[in-house]
Design a protein around this ligand. Structure first.
Ligand SMILES: [Zn+2]
Length: 474
């Protein structure tokens, strides 16, 4: 009875409010509105989420000079000479770059912590610090002879996005956190997105790391310890619980040519494709290229060639442009012009944003490998699915926040798919995820020519800042 009475009184007050004030007053800061406050106190429920002030988007300004200076400085921590960048997990240069990032986080007033494997977190406390924070971030490791923007824009740009919000006078409700992920690139230990996979709680990876060594036979834990991570074995302390964050947004260069070609400032990522990687080996009898007649042959090289064409066929059959497949490695043994290949080795990468469709391609490739081996009389000595990560969809609310941030900043944008994968793919396992792309020169990445203009970077930083602001009050 009491509850019903309270509710109808609340409804009455609400209708008075809407009929007399809407729509003009909807844009004002409802938190300050005394009528709403009375209604909220009375009902015990929040009636509206707070809104951002309309002037926020126009008061965001990026310190482009300082940001470019930081990008240039960070690129000097490299094992190869400029313009290339090489920064491998737990190397001396990687340790230097970590120190550099932590210093910048501290200078921006963030409270910094580091986990057992070296994921670095810098937090700006919100005015309701008990709520789960909104996070952003990327990586700073770089494959040999690559460029200075991949990942870096999403770390230094994220710290600058926080500075931009601080300078504008904005105060976040949820805390905002910048993450620098350990080892997005698989260079040293053959495991991509090592830090974010662990954050997402991969038990499988924990077991794998116990026996992982690099090409010089240095164990993962020894490498981590030499970089100062004495508790690296305590991997379960790295795991984050589902819901530790209310959202995660990564700013990244597109690594493809679409935004630049179409003259668009921002890409709002709707899904991240994920690869399945397969290693295949065929074995035949080999023999002399002249002496063994065609009907007597079982040529492992031709089996590999046929399988490569089958990969293309199965991918095209899916009917979607989002399904892709590549045979990037094809080796023949013994590799002599006058010898029938006795052994062949293929490595196949197939990707999609639809997991079922990608897995069905993997199955078809397997069926083809079996039938080719049977028909050609070669042995299928290996068909090893090395990894089969699930793709991820971006969260609708984060997509909407990034879209409206772009509109409010008068920046052109388009929704697009990330065909490369990122730490975001693994963060999506524990939190709603989204990504913001900016154009890069000719789509170049993973090479020294990689380049994004500071104007494009600043646009990305502003969209990230406004997106984080929106998410932090929801
Ligand atoms: Zn990257």
């Amino acid at each position: 009875m009491m509850k019903a009475l309270r509710f109808s009184l609340l409804q009455f007050l609400l209708s008075v409010y809407f009929f007399s004030f809407c729509p003009v007053n909807l844009a004002m800061n409802i938190e300050q509105d005394p009528l709403i406050k009375t209604m909220e106190d009375f009902s015990g429920y929040a009636i509206h989420e707070p809104q951002l002030s309309e002037s926020l988007s126009s008061s965001l300004s990026v310190d482009t000079q300082n940001l470019q200076k930081q990008i240039d400085e960070l690129s000097t921590f490299s094992d190869t000479s400029a313009p290339s960048v090489t920064r491998i997990l737990y190397s001396e240069k990687d340790v230097m770059s970590r120190r550099y990032i932590k210093n910048i986080m501290e200078a921006s007033g963030l409270s910094v912590r580091e986990d057992a494997v070296g994921n670095i977190f810098g937090q700006w406390s919100g005015y309701e610090p008990e709520l789960s924070p909104v996070s952003t971030g990327s990586h700073t490791d770089a494959i040999p002879y690559s460029g200075k923007y991949d990942g870096v824009v999403g770390v230094l740009g994220a710290i600058e996005a926080i500075n931009v919000l601080k300078r504008s006078g904005f105060k976040p409700k949820r805390s905002l956190e910048v993450i620098m992920f350990a080892s997005e690139e698989p260079t040293r230990f053959g495991i991509s997105c090592l830090g974010s996979r662990l954050l997402a709680g991969s038990e499988e990876l924990v077991q794998q790391l116990k026996k992982t060594v690099d090409s010089e036979n240095v164990a993962f834990f020894d490498a981590a310890k030499s970089a100062g991570y004495k508790n690296a074995e305590d991997l379960s302390s790295v795991f984050l619980k589902n819901g530790s964050y209310s959202g995660f947004v990564e700013l990244h260069i597109e690594q493809g040519p679409i935004l630049e070609e179409e003259g668009i400032s921002i890409g709002v990522v709707t899904a991240i494709a994920a690869p399945a990687s397969i290693k295949v080996e065929f074995e035949g009898n080999g023999g002399h290229a002249g002496a063994v007649l065609m009907p007597q042959r079982n040529d492992a090289g031709l089996a590999a060639a046929e399988l490569a064409l089958a990969v293309e066929k199965h991918v095209l059959e899916s009917g979607s442009v989002d399904t892709v497949g590549t045979v990037g490695i094809l080796e023949l043994h013994p590799g002599a012009i006058n010898s029938i290949p006795s052994k062949s080795h293929l490595e196949i990468d197939t990707r999609d944003i639809d997991e079922e469709r990608r897995n069905s391609v993997v199955d078809k490739i397997y069926q083809s490998a079996l039938s080719i081996s049977k028909r050609r009389g070669v042995k299928l000595s290996q068909f090893n699915i090395v990894n089969k990560d699930p793709p991820a969809l971006s969260d609708e609310l984060i997509i909407k926040a990034a879209e409206s941030a772009s509109r409010e900043l008068n920046l052109t944008y388009k929704k697009m798919i990330s065909r490369a994968y990122h730490d975001s793919l693994f963060m999506a396992r524990i939190t709603p995820m989204g990504m913001i792309f900016i154009p890069c020169y000719k789509g170049y990445s993973h090479k020294p020519e990689e380049y994004s203009s500071i104007t494009d970077i600043a646009n990305g930083v502003k969209v990230l800042a406004l997106t984080l602001a929106k998410l932090s009050i929801s």
